[in-house]
Design a protein. Structure first.
Length: 174
């Protein structure tokens, strides 16, 4: 069962899983969603394992696998406003303790989770992000020239799909 915060009819259905929308005004808050609607659903319809991103639901009796990309705001709280850092840090600490297993996409993030949060190393597994094969293929040079012309790009360029943030090291990329 894939739980959704809001209805999404564009997602492809498969015979081996179903979509279930958790309709609640509390869904706008990650914290409130994990305290009320998600645990209530899991009490009504128990599961053996709950896989979640970033934070874990409260008061559930199943195994929990948590995917967490990074914890940069804990290593560098000065990069974000305190009103974001403090609740995110509290929720992350609770979630890391509650999770039976933690998955993260890089060895660096694993080391930071272990070092900064005191999580046992064996509880954290690295699972690298996948790359779809079509992103490995080179584009047709004529298409590239057409795009460069459309966006008035002269010479070489770097395309980075990121926010401009110290942790992204844009200067190092350039």
């Amino acid at each position: 069962t894939v739980y959704l915060i809001e209805e999404n009819s564009k997602l492809p259905g498969k015979p081996n899983f179903q979509f279930k929308t958790l309709s609640s005004p509390l869904n706008k808050s990650n914290l409130l969603r994990n305290i009320f609607p998600v645990p209530a659903e899991l009490r009504r319809n128990p599961v053996d394992l709950f896989f979640t991103f970033t934070t874990t639901p409260w008061w559930v009796k199943c195994k929990i696998v948590l995917f967490i990309s990074d914890i940069f705001w804990i290593a560098h709280p000065e990069w974000l406003p305190k009103k974001i850092v403090i609740p995110a840090t509290i929720a992350t600490r609770i979630s890391l303790k509650r999770a039976d297993k933690i998955i993260t996409p890089t060895e660096f993030s694993k080391r930071e989770i272990v070092r900064l949060m005191g999580v046992p190393e064996e509880k954290v597994t690295v699972s690298y992000h996948g790359i779809r094969p079509q992103y490995l293929e080179r584009e047709d040079p004529q298409f590239i020239e057409q795009v460069k012309k459309e966006y008035r790009i002269e010479g070489n360029y770097i395309l980075s799909i990121n926010d401009i943030h110290p942790r992204k090291n844009m200067e190092g990329l350039v």
